[in-house]
Ligand binder design. Sequence first.
Ligand code: SDX
Length: 424
Amino acid sequence: MEQAKLIFRDKEYLLPVHEGSEGEVALDISQLRAQSGAVTYDPGYGNTGACKSSITFIDGDKGILHYRGYPIEELAEKSSFIEVSYLLIHGHLPTVQELEKYKHELVHHSLLHEDMKKMFEGIPSTAHPMGTLATLVAALGAFYDDTTKKSDIDANCIRLMAKMKTIAAFTYKRCIGQPYVYPNNKLSYTADLIHMMYKVPSDQFEVSPLIEEVLDKVLILHADHEQNCSTSTVRMAGSSHANLFATVAAGVGALWGALHGGANQEVLEMLEMIKNDNCDYKKYVNLAKDKNSDFKLMGFGHRVYKNFDPRAKILKASCDKVLAKLGVNDPLLEIAMNLERVALEDPYFVERKLYPNVDFYSGIIYKAIGLPVNMFTVMFALGRVPGWLAQWKEMREEAGQRISRPRQIYTGAVNQKYVPIEQR
Ligand code: SDX
């Protein structure tokens, strides 16, 4: 095995070098502290490999994203969200029989225990849907055993895939004050999601094939993204062997952040703000460059992609298609395209390799199909469930799996002596 040599305080340390199937290399420091007393320091883990994984590969410089070795462009064009979720969780594309069995299981686990409706009622209807989602996902742990038996793990992965859709739809209905619409077992996963969100009891409802096609593609594009913040949260929480439902709820919480999955809501609010400010997008590009301003161009930049986010490219094409077919002339799309054009020519963004990311166009699509902005990150979470489950399973099934526990560099006070309160 190749080795790297580290010289520290006149002593030499040999670090084994690991090489991945796509040629990525890592210096193994797992014995460094025992040998040298030193730990490594990498705030935000931008240069730290937390695990080996065979699920998703990203090449940020080339704008490449593969799920289990399949290019995202091929899967977005030829596959379906349910087939991609099977690929991510089980590691191979399903046969006809495997896919039919998987779909049957998802359909027959999509109902929530009726007691869960009382939990929805206990949360204010004005609450942010991500808070409701995290609460109800964690609450699933009150209804289902979470053991290390393979049968339970497989059953709970099916339950989470199936019930997250219903929780998301019920959360939306609660937000808009409409009665819940129960799953329709005759519809596909994505068609049923649309049906449960948009059908109102009084009328007949036909799912638009266009909206089903676009939404299914959006879900595929969000399905996994290797060790992003929320997936790393799921791995971290799951490493203590916490309840699977509580572990995924932790991932929902991390995704909610404005710098992560919450960015799709922030993008739409930013575009609305620019529209209401005479569409002066150049003003906001300049604001984003101003170090004295904490304004960021939401939907731009990425820790890994230093080239175009391949998902943004696909979403932009879907954006054009769905707006044209729906006859929607959304000024926000024009503002978005102007922002993209100006930013991609501006040295500030070019030097920092800040390109549109997955969140830049997804919100315009969600808006075009009638979703309120506070539901955008819920849709991101729904897409990310198979990725969270696949990564959690991979972590739990790893030989010798240990609880994650990073180290630190202490910079606080030293040699303190306790002083009684009357002497302070
Ligand atoms: C997702 O990790 C994943 O894979 C995430 C994700 C997934 O699928 O799971 O892809 C989904 O979360 C996409 C990202 C969505 N977030 C946003 O769009 C929020 C806006 N973007 C930024 O907050 C930022 O770009 C991050 C959080 C995405 C990345 O932050 P980093 O890697 O910590 O980079 P940084 O903040 O250190 O920025 C480097 C420089 C800084 O300037 P300098 O200090 O060098 O002068 O670039 C600047 C930043 O100020 N910068 C921006 C900017 N993003 C970075 N300046 C203006 N606008 C921005 N959007």
